[in-house]
Ligand binder design. Structure first.
Ligand code: DAH
Length: 346
């Protein structure tokens, strides 16, 4: 029986290295440990072993079983590892950088807004905010815009049904709610909150009933500016704007103020800029926005004494400046989220 057991171990030892699949392993295992297997047969032979040899034989049988079980376990482990490796495919190096992740970047309008903010912050302006949903009073009345002004027409401004009222919009009287058509509303909100002197800019989204084309969009962005102090003059306005365009468009850039009309400024100007640093667009006047000296009626609406305080205000399109800086010829590119466009600003 001793030889029989030794022969079984030898057989298992020599057979298992060739077993590659689970089915082959199970089939082989059955020939040794199955009901008709060789080891099972050897165990059945125990009953014929003389009584005095039984303890030693029993011990040997147990050891043999353990030896064979260990061979089975190692073989099964090897087969399973191979199966897993096959499922995973070729080996990978987890320390390699991932090739597919592109790094994100700020939207060109955000970049331009931040550039504009940085220029004004350097000379003491702080950023003020106001809601996009406004009332007619903040958007028009307080800004000295008469009842019959064309901007108040429902053709140009997006008015809302009463149900759209929200908490942070205070109504004055019974005027209607609207989506603000310019950031000039924040002039009023800032002045009602604080006493002069005041120096703010306010970037944000504005809304118009415009049909979208290369230069128009129903919503776009503006940056408002307001400075209120004693003895502020047009010279101060021209100086801050000259400073600003030099910061954004480079040395040698200047501003031209063209007489115009806005209800909330007197006198009022169109704001044009000329720079030597813009390739094809160099050395020609380009319109950036509007500006002027704050109308005394606006001061009266917010409770400032117009005999004591003076101020200038300006408003510029952020898209317009981004388009000029980057040579973009269609405003719609900003809103389409096309990566081929956006990645150029990464
Ligand atoms: N709010 C004007 C607009 O949207 C722009 C503007 C003009 C703003 C003159 C001002 C200003 O602050 O003084 O067309």
């Amino acid at each position: 029986m001793k030889e029989q057991l030794a022969a079984i171990v030898t057989e298992v030892e020599s057979a298992v290295p060739a077993l590659e699949k689970r089915a082959a392993f199970e089939a082989f295992k059955a020939t040794i440990s199955g009901p008709n297997g060789k080891l099972t047969a050897a165990m059945k032979g125990m009953k014929d072993v003389p009584k005095e040899d039984k303890p030693a034989m029993g011990k040997l049988l147990n050891e043999t079983k353990q030896q064979i079980e260990a061979l089975y376990a190692a073989t099964l482990e090897r087969i399973e590892a191979a199966e897993t490796a096959e499922k995973l495919g070729p080996p990978i190096d987890p320390t390699l950088p991932c090739p597919d992740i592109a790094s994100g970047s700020l939207h060109p309008l955000t970049q331009t807004r931040r550039l504009m903010e940085a220029a004004f912050r350097k000379v003491g302006f702080t950023v003020a905010e106001g809601p996009e949903l406004e009332t007619e009073w903040f958007c028009f009345d307080a800004l000295n815009t008469p009842e019959d002004h064309p901007a108040r027409d429902a053709q140009d401004t997006l008015f809302l049904p009463e149900a759209a009222a929200v908490d942070n919009v205070t109504k004055h009287g019974s005027e209607r709610y609207l989506m603000r058509s310019h950031t000039s509303t924040v002039q009023i909100r800032a002045m009602m909150k604080e006493e002069p002197p005041l120096r703010i800019i306010s970037p944000g989204r504005v809304f118009r009933r415009d049909t979208t084309d290369a230069t128009h969009s129903a919503n776009f962005h503006q940056m408002e500016g307001l400075y209120v102090d004693k003895n502020v003059t047009v010279v101060d306005l021209k100086a801050i704007l000259d400073y600003f365009v030099a910061e954004i468009f480079g040395k040698g850039s200047t501003v031209r103020l063209r007489p115009s009309f806005f209800p909330f400024t007197e006198p009022s100007f169109e704001l044009d800029m000329k720079t030597p640093n813009l390739g094809k667009l160099s050395n020609q006047w380009i319109e950036l926005g509007g500006c002027g000296m704050v109308d005394p009626n606006v001061f009266r609406h917010v409770g400032y004494d117009p005999e004591k305080w003076t101020g200038y205000a300006f408003g510029m399109g952020i898209e317009r400046i981004a388009m000029i800086v980057h040579g973009i010829d269609d405003i719609r590119y900003f809103y389409q989220n096309d990566l081929r466009f956006l990645q150029q600003f990464a």
